[in-house]
Write a protein that binds this ligand. Structure first.
Ligand code: ELE
Length: 224
């Protein structure tokens, strides 16, 4: 059943376009609403109003809800979503997209039911074909550095033209350009800007510094 809050397909396309415009998806692990809101502030201060808040912690859903309610300009999504029930929970909390470490048909179909863009992790051509069968045209490549990095994206793009990737896992300031320079790469995901140690120490200034550095690098690549 759709409700007045259910995103329309056009809104779902807008979210994917926003991820593609920012080109960076910080993968966030926070303990709850307060940390989530502070982290979102630090990202915004660095020029990046995007956060994928993972469900790796019990407070992840509260953090998504807090950011969605109080910082509507932040494109907040849910990460580490592995079950259809979790999709329901993050949709209720206000997540605007869903990211999964692997490809689960149940997760993808439930996200589609809610009108939410979903980025399942893929690592093989077989998984890519399953994603295409589910009507997807954007996938997460995970863990990107382990499954071949930029070379894997080039190789996968030959048989699957038009498919776009969000490589995640082992991406950082040093290799960002190797990925963002590839046409099939919509955006890159990663935790380096929002390292859990910085979050736990409350070092929001360093989160903002790393974020601003990544935003500047991404802008340079766009212009080159
Ligand atoms: O939590 C999830 O949903 C995942 O799929 C894993 C994360 O995306 C990666 O762990 C981020 O990788 P790093 O940037 O190398 O830390």
């Amino acid at each position: 059943m759709s409700s007045p809050d259910t995103p329309t397909p056009a809104a779902a396309g807008d979210v994917v376009a926003a991820l593609g415009a920012h080109r960076l998806v910080p993968v966030v692990v926070v303990d709850g609403a307060d940390q989530g809101a502070r982290l979102a502030d630090a990202l915004v201060a660095g020029g990046l109003p995007v956060a994928e808040i993972t469900l790796r912690t019990a407070g992840g859903i509260d953090a998504i809800r807090a950011v969605a309610r109080t910082q509507p300009d932040v494109v907040v999504g849910a990460g580490t979503v592995t079950t259809a029930d979790q999709v329901d929970a993050v949709a209720d909390a206000g997540a605007r997209y869903v990211v999964s470490p692997g490809l689960s048909e149940a997760v993808v179909r439930r996200a589609q039911h809610h009108g939410l863009p979903v980025l399942p992790g893929v690592a093989t051509p077989t998984e890519i074909m399953a994603a295409l069968d589910l009507g997807l045209d954007v996938v997460k490549l995970f863990p990107a550095s382990v499954v071949g990095g930029p070379a894997a994206i080039k190789a996968f793009s030959a048989p699957f033209p038009g498919l776009r990737f969000v490589p995640t896992g082992g991406v950082g300031a040093a290799n960002l350009g190797d990925y963002l320079g590839l046409a099939p790469v919509l955006a890159v995901g990663g935790s380096w800007m929002v390292d859990k140690k910085l979050v736990d120490a409350g070092d929001w200034a360093e989160v903002t510094r790393r974020t601003a550095e990544a935003v500047a690098l991404a802008a340079e690549i766009k212009e080159s």
